[in-house]
Write a protein that binds this ligand. Structure first.
Ligand SMILES: [Mn+2]
Length: 439
């Protein structure tokens, strides 16, 4: 009898900030905990299901932390590591150091490869085999092109190119092909690793851009009879599929946004080979909260008491990050000072303070604003709109000649930019990543 332990985690988002506050300290503590867990629990395989970094071009510090973790893990343990890209990662960037990673038992799949066989890995356990099928984050084109290079029938009509069911069929064919390859190679237990939205999952603080691949949500049924465990990534809260309890999102290891649960986990899968049979059992391992993200809301009069209670009962070692939401309209600056002093007593920092206004308040605020003039013409070209905007914003003055020229140059550059739609998509994604708004 031989047992192998597989630890599955995802959505590290290394380098992510909450407003302007770095999360590196907690991310380092998580990786330290993870390495310790791999050693203590004698983990043989580590699966990281995408969104390793928060940005396709991660900060130097985020990269240092990542590579240090990989080095420590492969030097101090016998663990094998499998990594796929998520929608936040650049697949090419993740794959670039492969010549150095592969000899250290680390495999990275950032993009669809030419042959599906390159997505498949077999791991012997006694005289049995665990089969892994790695499916990096993909877009519609990747899936269809991959199929075409695999010389499958390509009955795609141009207008149906992005149609959901065409994509689903393409994915089904890819999965079937993977299943055949796994069978041919004698896999007795099969695992799929993917970064996407699968099945009937709840919104759990995941990132946007779910639709990038062209598929909103993939029914887990197309994998269910093929795979014994689905190692998924993308959602930030721990979740399993209602239809397939072994389709698991372990979620991010630290809460990345206000409103996310402070208690996070990794998934542990134990596979035992006994008398020619493979048996598995899955459990969750809790990650200690390193820093708590506290969201406090209520009437202004009760905010201080609620905040104090949360500060007194928080259990993490690092001081908390706080969001205050007043439901009773704007907070007076004297109250703001009081809240900040209270947070400081516990070393906490208030990162966000917001208030809700009633509908009548909002109507008053709107009526007090000077509207863009009613005779605002609707048939202007872009330079004219820019001039009208300038007049509106700067008390009726016209933009200077130099400013106008800069605007025209930018417009020219933009219209001549040779960006393909996919590059534009990539750029939009980068721009989104650079915003600090955590919603
Ligand atoms: Mn994601």
């Amino acid at each position: 009898m031989q047992t192998i332990k597989i630890l599955h985690t995802s959505d590290w988002h290394l380098g992510k900030k909450l407003f302007r506050s770095s999360r590196m300290e907690e991310q380092k503590l998580f990786l330290k905990w993870l390495l310790h867990t791999i050693v203590e629990d004698n983990v043989g395989i580590l699966l990281i299901s995408g969104d390793i970094f928060d940005s396709p071009i991660p900060t130097v510090e985020a990269q240092e932390v990542y590579f240090q973790f990989l080095k420590d893990t492969t030097e101090q343990t016998a663990c094998r590591v499998f990594i796929i890209s998520g929608n936040h990662d650049s697949g090419r960037f993740l794959e670039a150091p492969l010549p150095f990673l592969r000899p250290s038992r680390i495999e990275v799949l950032g993009r669809f490869r030419k042959h599906l066989s390159e997505h498949i890995f077999l791991l012997p356990v006694e005289n049995q085999k665990i089969g892994l099928f790695l499916l990096p984050h993909f877009r519609a084109n990747d899936l269809l092109l991959q199929e075409q290079t695999a010389q499958h029938d390509s009955d795609y009509e141009c207008d149906a190119f992005l149609h959901q069911h065409v994509l689903l069929r393409a994915l089904e064919r890819t999965v079937r092909q993977a299943k055949n390859l796994l069978q041919q190679q004698g896999a007795n237990f099969s695992i799929l690793m993917a970064h996407h939205l699968f099945g009937n999952t709840h919104y759990a603080g995941s990132e946007l851009f779910l639709g990038l691949s062209g598929l909103e949500s993939i029914p887990t049924s197309i994998f269910s009879d093929t795979f014994d465990y689905l190692a998924l990534g993308h959602l930030h809260g721990f979740q399993t599929s209602s239809t397939n309890p072994l389709a698991i999102y372990p979620g991010s290891p630290i809460p990345l946004h206000f409103g996310e649960d402070n208690y996070k986990s990794v998934s542990l899968l134990e596979i035992t080979s006994k008398q020619g049979q493979m048996k598995s059992s899955q459990s969750c391992k809790a990650i200690p909260p390193f820093r708590m993200i506290l969201s406090v809301s209520g009437q202004t009069s009760e905010l201080a008491e609620k905040l104090r209670h949360k500060l007194q009962t928080q259990v993490a070692t690092l001081p908390p990050f706080i969001e205050l939401r007043s439901e009773g309209g704007p907070v007076l600056s004297s109250d703001e000072v009081r809240f900040c002093d209270l947070a400081k007593e516990y070393d906490g920092s208030i990162l966000k303070m917001s208030y809700q206004t009633s509908i009548t308040d909002r109507a008053e605020i709107n009526s007090s604003r000077s509207p863009i003039s009613h005779d605002f013409p609707t048939s202007l070209n872009l330079p004219q709109i820019f001039q009208a905007f300038h007049r509106h914003k700067y008390q009726g003055t016209e933009p200077s000649e130099a400013l106008m020229q800069t605007f025209l140059n930018s417009l020219d550059e933009w219209s001549h930019s040779s960006m393909s739609p996919s590059q534009l998509e990539e750029k939009t994604l980068n721009d989104e990543n650079q915003t600090t708004n955590p919603s």
